[in-house]
Design a protein around this ligand. Structure first.
Ligand code: NAP
Length: 354
């Protein structure tokens, strides 16, 4: 539905701007909101093949914190860093306001990369049209039906080589990726344990998401003992989301021929001096396969993934927990909150009404 503002020919645009490259953990104050009057003409240039969209939902992801840092050769291999003084960008769901691309028409919902702002003009080559007949909440396309879901899917099914009956440990288990990995592992018939940073999150894992066991890593005096308690016979598969001390403890508890899918290491991204891993020789002694991966490399798997996941969503065999914060101006706090465990499930920013 068009709003009154969209009946005008130009509208203001609010944006979330990176002040400067960050040092240390991302903070709300590293980002600022600006509002430019009459910034956006509600019509795309003829012949541009662009589309003009109104952004509805924006995904908050840990990699965005990495892009707030000064680029270095290893992070540049992942994606280009954000530019100080310019809006940050990320995955989002938007509504088409005007289009010079015949594939998209006014009113379509699309999903893809956009700047963190109210209105964006984009070249839609890597955006895709949302099929509204699928009838799931649009916000899902920032998560379970977007990169988050693909990450959990390829990480678990392509990298872990899991088999029924194996033991699986997931860190940051109540988060966007972790909650799905744990449930995929349960669907396969594995024994699944998760770690998370609060009692409320542990309750979610045990009582709603069907994990066999879970613990609050912040309250465990010894992570090695916690893992020994949950896995008396050892861990077959570790789905790594956090790195650091947790990885060290897992190496003491992993079985021979165990697998470690390295999805993320959120505890390490913003440390000035990263923690060393003491038990890495175990990888040799126990013949461990440890593999990092980046979901975007598996984008061709996306249609197969959707075919797999949609029936589980429809039949309510997968539970998906979102933490939706409203208002672009609350984006900086929501993004920074990921690094303090503030989010409860997938962190989404709702920018405008559908
Ligand atoms: N490889 C890929 O393609 C790919 C794609 C998406 C995400 N990832 C990675 O996957 C991991 C999870 O991402 P997500 O999107 O699902 O985020 P998320 O789990 O929804 O949110 C981040 C969570 O990380 C935990 N955390 C934050 N700081 C921590 C620390 N110092 N030590 C331990 N845990 C900490 C917090 O949960 P607690 O309260 O439980 O501590 C926080 O809620 C991240 O490492 C991310 O970089 C990788």
């Amino acid at each position: 539905m068009s709003s009154l503002r969209e009946m005008e020919s130009t509208v203001r645009n609010k944006q979330v701007i990176l002040r400067d490259y960050i040092k240390g953990f991302p903070k709300e104050s590293d980002l600022m909101i600006i509002e430019v009057a009459n910034a956006v003409e509600l019509k795309v240039k003829a012949g541009s093949k662009d589309i003009l969209v109104k952004n509805l939902y924006l995904s908050c992801d840990p990699y965005m914190g990495i892009l707030m840092r000064e680029p270095n050769p290893s992070t540049s291999a992942l994606m280009d860093a954000f530019v100080p003084g310019k809006p940050i960008s990320g995955y989002g769901v938007s509504r088409v306001i005007d289009s010079d691309d015949p594939t998209f028409t006014k009113g379509d919902f699309v999903c893809g990369m956009v700047d963190w702002e109210e209105y964006s003009t984009i070249n839609p080559t890597s955006s895709f049209k949302i099929d509204v007949n699928i009838n799931v909440p649009l916000s899902y396309y920032t998560g379970i039906l977007g990169m988050t879901g693909l990450t959990a899917y390829v990480g678990f099914y392509e990298i872990c080589s899991a088999k029924k009956g194996e033991t699986v440990f997931v860190s940051a288990a109540s988060g966007a990726v972790g909650q799905l990995v744990g449930q995929f592992a349960k669907l396969m018939g594995c024994y699944v344990v998760g770690s998370a940073g609060s009692k409320q999150k542990v309750d979610l894992l045990l009582n709603k998401l069907g994990f066999d066991d879970a613990f609050n890593y912040k309250e465990e005096p010894n992570l090695d003992s916690a893992l020994k308690r949950c896995f008396p016979k050892g861990i077959d598969i570790y789905f790594e989301n956090v790195g650091g001390k947790m990885l060290d403890a897992v190496l003491l508890n992993i079985k021979t021929y165990g697998r470690i899918a390295v999805c993320g290491m959120i505890s390490q991204y913003h440390l000035e001096t990263r923690e060393g891993i003491q038990n890495l020789p175990v990888v040799i002694y126990k013949k461990i396969k440890m593999q990092g991966f980046v979901a975007i490399d598996f984008i061709d798997t996306f249609p197969k993934f959707l075919e797999f996941v949609l029936p589980y969503i429809k039949e309510r065999k997968l539970i998906y927990v979102e933490d939706i914060v409203e208002g672009l101006e609350n984006g900086p706090a929501a993004l920074a909150g990921l690094f303090r465990g503030q989010n409860f499930g997938k962190q989404v920013l709702k920018v405008a009404r559908e």
